[in-house]
Design a protein around this ligand. Structure first.
Ligand SMILES: [Mg+2]
Length: 438
């Protein structure tokens, strides 16, 4: 078997311990200290600094299970500040995008860029340039993996992270087959992109232990036992590119906004506040992709883990007379759905809103019995409501989510998420800008 060199070259740029790194940009005292960031409601560990990893704090572990280690080693514990991470991510992606005409934003902290036309350059040096500019302009440390397929670029990135001698950049794009084979033999198959726990165990039973074993495996056999996805992964490990860059983000077919409450509630008033806020958040996303919603669902949940308590998990579906992107009309519809399914006496832990039928603004119909003969969507008409929505989105983008909101969203929010250790919105709220002292 031989590894086939492909004409493509991909670089994967990945933020190191991204959430922790975002926090460190604004609080340099966290540098060198063990830090963990918790999930919504301060439940589980979702990010760890290298120092916290070294203390054996597992990914996803509930925080109460590691309380003793946290106390003993003075680990800094923070609530997740997704507004900050999202904003830092955008800045980071903007800088990375300067290095190639084609970029895929793969996750909040990972981006592929196309370096196919850059083959003549010293790609290691180019990778260093990317790292340095992101570090200097945004403050986030990154690693760069370069290879002829996305799957190999992922592994090269892992290599750059794990082995300090590479100084954060691994370029596998010009390796000989033998060199690549050797490198692949040093990774367990479970480390390969998309394998993980799902297939790792079954591969092991077939004697496929390393990434090299997977690359060498019989493709027809892989296909018959696991399907075409794993076959493609094996091809990619051989250097045959099967996955191109996904440059354009497809519009979402559904938009969900839901969250567990910080504490259970039985009150309709609390649920109305939550549903209003979730609907407005979803509506903002809807307007961003220039869509209108034709059908939405509202759902409620009691705590399924508390088996001794009465359970109730209703869903209300509401069809809008005219598809719309107007927060007020969508909220009215969602609240009517909530009113239909709400029952007293249950202890609700979660509510959510899902826009299940989304159409592009261009195909919407006229409202036959509407209050005007014009299209009812706010996006197509420069009427006052459309201007209100535009203004609301603009204010909330600049001054922070929820600055302008509907009255039924409430200001009490007794049900809201627990975020007891959250850092300020350093980059998205004027009042919370960091202050430099000289
Ligand atoms: Mg990362």
């Amino acid at each position: 078997m031989s590894f086939t060199p492909s004409a493509e070259i991909f670089a994967l740029v990945d933020g190191n311990n991204f959430y922790v790194s975002c926090e460190r940009v604004f609080n340099p005292r966290l540098e060198g200290r063990p830090v963990v960031v918790l999930s919504n409601n301060d439940g589980c560990v979702v990010a760890r600094s290298n120092e916290a990893r070294a203390l054996d704090i597992g990914m996803g572990v509930p925080v109460f299970k590691v309380r003793d280690i946290i106390r003993k080693h003075k680990i800094v514990v923070l609530s997740s500040n997704y507004t900050l991470y999202g904003d830092m991510s955008q800045r980071m992606m903007g800088v990375i995008g300067q290095f190639s005409p084609r970029q895929e934003i793969y996750s909040i902290d990972e981006s592929f860029v196309d370096l196919a036309g850059f083959g003549q350059r010293d790609l290691r040096a180019y990778g260093q340039e990317i790292r340095q500019r992101v570090r200097a302009w945004v403050g986030i440390p990154t690693c760069v993996g370069i290879a002829t397929t996305k799957t190999l670029a992922k592994l090269a990135n892992r290599c750059a992270k794990k082995r300090p001698e590479y100084e954060g950049v691994c370029d596998w794009s010009r390796l000989h087959s033998a060199q690549l084979e050797h490198l692949l033999s040093t990774f367990p198959a479970g480390d390969v992109w998309g394998i993980g726990h799902r297939w790792g165990g079954r591969l092991l039973e077939m004697g496929i232990r390393s990434a090299r074993d997977l690359a060498m495996a019989d493709l027809a056999l892989l296909r018959s036992r696991f399907g075409v996805v794993l076959e493609r992964t094996a091809r990619e490990l051989r250097g045959i590119s099967c996955h191109g860059l996904e440059v354009t983000v497809a519009d979402r077919k559904q938009i969900v906004s839901s969250r567990s409450f910080g504490q259970v509630t039985t009150a309709l008033e609390d649920l109305q506040e939550a549903v209003t806020q979730y609907t407005c958040r979803a509506a903002e996303k809807l307007r961003r992709q220039a869509g209108v919603c034709a059908t939405l669902q509202v759902f409620l949940q009691t705590n399924a883990y508390k088996t001794t308590e009465p359970q109730y998990h209703p869903v209300a579906t509401v069809k809008l007379t005219t598809p719309t992107d107007d927060s007020l009309r969508l909220t009215k519809a969602a609240l009517s759905g909530l009113g239909r399914v709400y029952r007293q006496g249950f202890r609700y832990i979660k509510a959510g809103v899902m826009f299940t039928e989304i159409l592009p603004t261009t195909v919407q119909q006229l409202e036959l019995f509407g209050d005007s003969a014009s299209p009812a969507s706010t996006s197509t008409l420069p009427d006052s409501r459309a201007r209100l929505m535009v203004a609301m989105d603009r204010v909330n983008r600049r001054a922070g989510p929820g600055t302008l909101h509907l009255a039924s969203g409430g200001i009490r929010n007794a049900w809201a998420m627990k975020r007891e250790r959250m850092t300020p919105a350093y980059t998205t709220r004027w009042e919370e800008l960091p202050v430099a002292q000289a």
